[in-house]
Ligand binder design. Structure first.
Ligand code: HEC
Ligand code: HEC
Length: 262
């Protein structure tokens, strides 16, 4: 960045950012072009004021959906509306709807690092969280839609958090190479370059608090989060060591991220 000086450099950066977000958004642009204003307003009301049985979202997710980087509560601003609704539905899932899920069979046990439990019993399609389960269950389908319209249309920007070189180097390796030895794809294959996210299915990792990244991987490992299509994310999470989680969280927190709604 220091190599480019002055106004032309600034404009170039803006143009590059705009181009990148276009490329990333692809053909699956969020509803930013034609906002359902009534839904947006209703979502905003609920997010800020809450209602009986629903605590205001702003209390935990920040005044503008920016998340809370001290507690590790996730950012909601600029996330894809379909992804937001899916998460709220998954939080609302009935934990008594027990399913049995067998762990994937490793092709080569010698290479399997660890973690595989004998048998995990949990409910497919469910996200367990003490704070969000009741909220998800209390919200109506219309309210979920309104909240998704609201949050997906909020702008957001974060700047890189510095980290030590060793962690960044290892994080980058996981993001861009993965662990081919263990058949673990690189994170960027699904979450896009620099974790910028792709479409409705693959949420951005850049712009999320690092503690949140770690807590979600932990939850996939324990089975508390089990809501990813085709176990795409679970199969990755089970290959990550404690050190990997810290390195990858530091790496993504070191990326800049910007959602511009203008
Ligand atoms: C008391 C704190 C609290 C309140 C209030 C709260 N949340 Fe959350 N929310 C959380 C926490 C903590 C998580 C992370 C849960 C986990 O670990 O799975 C979360 C996660 C989420 C996620 C998933 C984000 C992602 O990237 O997958 C969505 C969506 C969400 N909340 C929406 C809402 C909405 C909408 C409201 C208001 C109606 C709300 N939350 C109110 C604490 C809260
Ligand atoms: C094969 C595709 C794939 C790969 C590779 C992948 N992920 Fe994911 N990941 C997903 C999907 C799909 C979801 C969303 C699941 C859902 O619907 O809730 C997800 C969600 C996540 C989330 C939760 C984000 C949020 O907002 O709640 C984190 C954290 C995450 N991935 C981290 C990683 C890391 C770190 C890597 C690399 C080590 C990685 N992922 C590699 C598919 C993938």
């Amino acid at each position: 960045m220091n190599m480019i000086n002055g106004r032309s450099g600034h404009r170039l950066m803006l143009a590059l950012t705009a181009l990148t977000s276009l490329l990333i958004a692809g053909c699956d642009l969020p509803a930013s072009k034609a906002i359902d204003q009534a839904a947006f307003d209703a979502g905003e009301q609920l997010a800020i004021n809450g209602r009986e049985g629903v605590i205001a979202c702003t209390a935990c997710h920040g005044a503008n959906g920016e998340g809370n980087w001290d507690t590790g509560f996730p950012r909601l601003a600029g996330l894809h509306p379909t992804y937001l609704v899916k998460q709220l539905n998954d939080f609302a899932g009935d934990p008594l709807d027990i399913g049995v899920d067998l762990e994937p069979i490793a092709r080569d046990y010698v290479k399997t690092p660890r973690i595989y439990k004998d048998l995990t019993i949990y409910s497919p399609g469910i996200r367990t969280d003490a704070m969000m389960n009741d909220i998800g269950a209390a919200l109506t389908a219309e309210e979920k839609n309104n909240l998704a319209v609201y949050y997906s249309n909020l702008a957001f920007e974060t700047s890189p958090i510095p980290a030590d070189f060793q962690s960044l180097e290892r994080g980058l390796d996981l993001a861009q190479r993965g662990k081919p030895e263990y058949m673990m794809p690189r994170c960027d294959a699904c979450h896009a370059a620099k974790g910028q996210g792709f479409g409705a299915l693959f949420p951005p990792l850049a712009g999320q608090p690092p503690q949140y990244i770690i807590s979600q991987i932990n939850k996939w490992q324990s089975g508390e989060r089990n809501n990813d299509n085709l176990s795409m994310m679970k199969n990755v999470a089970t290959q990550l060591t404690a050190g990997d989680k810290i390195n990858i969280a530091k790496y993504y927190a070191n990326q800049s991220y910007r959602v511009n709604m203008e």
